[in-house]
Design a protein around this ligand. Structure first.
Ligand code: PEP
Length: 256
């Protein structure tokens, strides 16, 4: 973390978990645990159908609500999809874009990620753009090439002003939901590389203010060391965001 230049952001990704009633319960449990948090922004990215209940439950707290996906068109014949404007209209502030599960199971590409980033920003949402390599790519020593490609395509047509709203999440695919975490050095190396890529496109000033999270089996035990790295400005947390206690311990580590 480097709070001189950028915000620390801890975001939970609930994936396809929790009914609206369960969402209310978890947020009610979490609120008193994070009441004194000062140095870190807190986001919960919940299933679409939980959004109204989550926004109501989080009212008056530090918790902002995010979505886990968005469609890139504003409206039209896209059965089952949700637009950025619809999310913003509900009071959603953030949206995860290009999570590896969406790339893997729903065939999202770098190009659709870019279109979604554009539409999220137009609607006033802050995109959390996920990038990451497979184990095979890491073994073949092409991690940094893969990440640069994802970052550059995701930001096609995005101005330096718009970049201020963008968050990146470095999520090595082999670390998501596996209990296997990247080492602090591995994670920081890639986050540093993302920032170097941003520097090339937008210049040093713009690049140094972008929040770059690490995601991949982050938990109460490893959060402190990961967050102590210069270029890791927060976390995108799956499993450990499903329990108020576990999640609040990660938030505490980020609030130091
Ligand atoms: C994620 O889903 O973005 C994630 C990082 O999951 P987990 O923390 O469970 O590895």
């Amino acid at each position: 973390m480097n709070r001189r230049y950028r915000k620390t952001v801890i975001a939970g990704n609930w994936k396809m978990n929790k009914t609206a009633a369960e969402a209310r319960t978890l947020i009610d449990e979490l609120k008193p645990l994070i009441a004194k948090v000062k140095w870190c922004d807190i986001v919960l990215c919940v299933p679409f159908v939980d959004i109204p209940a989550a926004i109501k439950a989080a009212k008056g707290s530090k918790i902002a609500i995010g979505a886990q996906n968005v469609h890139f068109e504003k409206s039209g014949a896209y059965t089952g999809e949700i637009s950025a404007e619809m999310l913003a209209g509900l009071g959603v502030k953030y949206v995860i874009i290009g999570h590896s599960e969406r790339r893997q199971f729903f065939l999202e590409t770098d190009d659709t990620v870019n279109k979604k980033v554009v539409s999220a920003l137009e609607a006033g949402l802050r995109p959390i753009i996920c990038v990451g390599e497979s184990l095979e790519q890491r073994d073949q020593n092409v991690t940094l090439d893969q990440i640069r490609l994802q970052v550059k395509i995701a930001l096609k047509g995005i101005s330096a002003k718009e970049l201020k709203k963008v968050i990146f999440a470095y999520e090595p695919i082999w670390a998501i939901g596996t209990g296997r975490t990247a080492t602090c050095e591995q994670a920081n190396e890639v986050c540093d590389n993302i920032r170097a890529c941003l520097r090339e496109i937008y210049g040093a000033r713009a690049a140094r203010s972008v929040t770059i999270q690490y995601g991949g089996s982050m938990n109460a035990k490893n959060a402190k060391d990961l967050l102590a790295q210069e270029d890791i400005d927060g976390g995108l947390i799956g499993g450990a965001s499903l329990k108020a206690n576990d999640f609040s311990q990660i938030i505490d580590a980020a609030n130091q």
